[in-house]
Design a protein around this ligand. Sequence first.
Ligand SMILES: *Cc1c(COP(=O)(O)O)cnc(C)c1O
Length: 394
Amino acid sequence: MNAQQIIDIENKHTSGTYAKQPLVIVRGKGALLFDANGEEYLDCSSGHGVANLGHAHPKVAEAIYKQANTLITLFESFPNDQRATLMEKITSLVDGLDRVFFCNSGTEAVEAALKFSRISTGRKNVVAAMRAFHGRTFGSLSATFNKKYREGFEPLVPGFSHVAYNNIEALDKAVTNETAAVILEMVQGEGGVYPANAEYVQAARRICDERGALFIVDEIQTGFGRTGKMFAIQHFGVTPDLLTCAKSLAGGVPMGAVLIGHNVKNLTPGVHGSTFGGNPLACAAAVAALTAIEEEDLAGQAAAKGKYLMDKLKKIESPNIREVRGMGLMIGIEMKQKVVPYIRELQDLHIIALNAGMTVVRLLPPLVITYQQIDHLVDVLSEVLTKNLVSEEN
Ligand SMILES: *Cc1c(COP(=O)(O)O)cnc(C)c1O
């Protein structure tokens, strides 16, 4: 099959829910992706933040191979060596969260955290933030703000409200004695790369404690070193009651998890479950991934490389750039115009970047990206972002 045949087949049989790129990717190594003709691309998307460890990490590959030859599937009612190892490891990454629920994706982790909040508190209401993205199944979609994701799917789950992000007063007003949980991202990813400030996160913790609500932190995009700490909440000295993670947890193998604190109650057999959750294959991949993230100090690398990249981006002089912001290697470049033509131009120059909303170019490179690759990225961005590109769509 040549590249055009592959594209044609996908276009014919796709559900239609994805805007397909005219680019067939067949292989990856570190921060690089390769197309069907062997052409090289610098990946600044990491599959939306999945490939923190880079592509085809040898330790993850080896763990998957070994475990595939040992035991792939096992329901969580039966204990297993790989799962036990992962449970110990993942709960050791953050203080105060000693239990864990395993699932298979980000949205499932959010669903679990929302269900746990209701069963634990006996309350119904959930307060989320404007611009928030928490996933696309009905519970997490109800916590997601943007009407682009919600429209056409109503009625959503009742009890959800949205307040301005980084606004303590608004949160204080919205959380009542009937609130089951507050759910927040530590850097709003899809919403435009907006980092939380420390006072806000600390106030959220205090407000939840005062009213008996649980504090859910969604670290699905910010987790596992991305922002310069293992979890972004660790920048703020706050412990949540529930922490959702997924994306890079198992080095690219689908897996989600909810870390659970002492305030969460009533999690008894049968309350929730998942057929594939905690399967030994994903657990073995996650053990290898988390071990490599620690051994290679990817959080430290994200902090150093993020600062290096951010400093260089701030020096780009372009009338098109409104603001550069972010945390670690999660960076948004807010433009004064629509970014789709810029993303396209970058792709023509073999840089794969993401948008976040209409006007933000989002950079989520693998944390193993080299300084040389960062320099190249900055050179290309300096050229492309100073051009005046106009969206063809309107
Ligand atoms: C990606 C993401 C999700 C949803 O994860 P899926 O695995 O796509 O279901 C939820 N929350 C945040 C913050 C995310 O970035």
